[in-house]
Design a protein around this ligand. Sequence first.
Ligand code: DGL
Length: 275
Amino acid sequence: MAQNYSPIGIFDSGYGGLTIMREIVRKLPQYDYLYLGDNARAPYGNRSFELVYRFTLEAVTYLFNQGCELVILACNTASAKALRTIQQRNLPLLGPSKRVLGVIRPTVETIGSITKSGNIGVLGTAGTVASESYTLEAGKLYPNYKVFEQACPMWVPLVENREYDSDGADYFINKYITQLLAQSSDIDTVILACTHYPLLMDKIRRRMPDNVTLLEQGSIVANSLNDYLIRHPEIKQRISVSGNRQYLTTENPEKFNEMASIFMGDFIDAEHIEL
Ligand code: DGL
């Protein structure tokens, strides 16, 4: 790669972050992008705080070493369990001028313009829900809102195993949405707080009452990144702009290419790496 190669790093435990990358690339096609999926160790959703933190730190360090100045954790589980510690503890040593951003804060910022009832549902992995990150973030911005979180531990495995369109998936879609709605009958806004879930969107939409607005994170994060780069020209000017996209996976690249092409809606040619 050319010497000034400095892509935006995008990280996820597996394929989910591609639903974020797709929208970011659509909005900001001029930049170079380097995607890293830790597919060999996915899913992260049921893993401990320490493990998710360690894996995420390894990935961020790897991306920094490849020339990234800015890394997006396109994974709610990693954003919930690792972002703050990496920003506060590791960034000063890894490179104080580098930046790591997550997906939770930008998502929460949008709910104020959408909800009428102030009752927000959150569907996420067990790890994201256990961290209560959405409840805590919403509490800072909208202290009067009520947040109801529901773990959906089977949804990521359904997507990772290409069962997202199957009849079997309906059972688990129904199960977790029923459990969420049982927590409050006033929920009018539901955050899909996992980057894998857009692949289940048709089934989720069908099961959800019509008055509920479903929030997908792809375009939210893309808009927020655009705003961030406008507010931070010192970061923006360090990102290279050849429109290049590269994909890395800790798993078998052929396997990755097949699934990733579905997520991205584009041909993918990934490279294998070890973390
Ligand atoms: N895509 C990740 C997220 O947004 C979770 C997938 C996993 O469990 O590894 O939370």
